[in-house]
Design a protein around this ligand. Structure first.
Ligand SMILES: C[S@@+](CC[C@H](N)C(=O)[O-])C[C@H]1O[C@@H](n2cnc3c(N)ncnc32)[C@H](O)[C@@H]1O
Length: 226
């Protein structure tokens, strides 16, 4: 098994433009109320006060997909993880505007949170447009490697879903190769077009919209945990 910590070097920046006053207030006031506790084991009871089903989004960017899923499934608990401060601010804005009480945010590495959850506790994990780490010598840093995937597989319930979206042809091929080596996931592709069309219950992300504007193809993968 690869060490999941091989992913933990971050690609790109952690903070972009300076926060406006309203954004800084969200970070100071709303984030502490909905932040994932910094230490110790996590479960639905600790995070939401009941035994609800849990889903995790790894690297939610500006949070529009996280908010879309949380709005569609108000009884499910969503844990969004994103180290990029300006992205976290975007998600906090969605949480406030939608009065979403079923979202918890971790500003940092998703794997740090996932490893603290009980085995077989998640009904979905989303990984949408992960950082590509395009150089071959950095391929071990991609989230789509057996170390992180072993961890994700352990935390998904049997029958739960792992969703991956990408517009990067190298990452797409790499991910298909890695997933093809696994015996714990089955690809849900009924027809050849399945991975070319975004499922109706898969809100578009900002990154995806940008990719389409640039004329990129986008691929959508749904894997079921056996
Ligand atoms: C290309 S962006 C895509 C963002 C968003 N999913 C979208 O589709 O718009 C990749 C995101 O993954 C985040 N990321 C990278 N490594 C991460 C990690 N270990 N845990 C959580 N998020 C991570 C980055 O900060 C970045 O926001």
């Amino acid at each position: 098994m690869n060490d999941p910590t091989t992913i933990r070097r971050l690609y790109g920046r952690r903070q972009g433009h300076a926060l406006r006053a309203g954004q800084a207030a969200l970070v100071e006031e709303l984030l502490p109320r909905i932040a994932v506790p910094a230490d110790g084991p996590l479960d639905a009871l600790r995070l939401f006060g009941d035994e609800r089903a849990l889903q995790v989004e790894i690297g939610f960017g500006a949070g529009e997909h996280l908010a879309g899923q949380a709005t569609a499934a108000p009884d499910t608990g969503f844990i969004g993880c994103e180290p990029f401060l300006n992205g976290v601010v975007g998600a906090l804005g969605h949480v406030r505007d939608g009065a979403l009480d079923n979202v918890r945010i971790h500003m940092g590495d998703a794997l740090e949170v996932i490893e603290r959850l009980p085995d077989e506790s998640l009904t979905r994990v989303y990984l949408l447009h992960p950082d590509p780490w395009p150089k071959a010598r950095h391929a071990k840093r991609r989230m789509m490697n057996h170390g992180p995937l072993d961890l994700i597989a352990a935390k998904l319930r049997p029958g739960a879903e792992f969703r991956l979206g990408t517009d990067d042809p190298t990452y797409c091929r790499w991910s298909m190769m890695v997933m093809n080596q696994r015996r714990d996931f089955v690809w849900q592709a009924g027809t050849a077009r399945d991975f070319l069309e975004r499922p109706a219950d898969w809100p578009e992300t900002r990154y995806e919209r940008k990719a389409r504007r640039q004329g990129h193809e986008v691929w959508y993968f749904r894997y079921i945990r056996i």
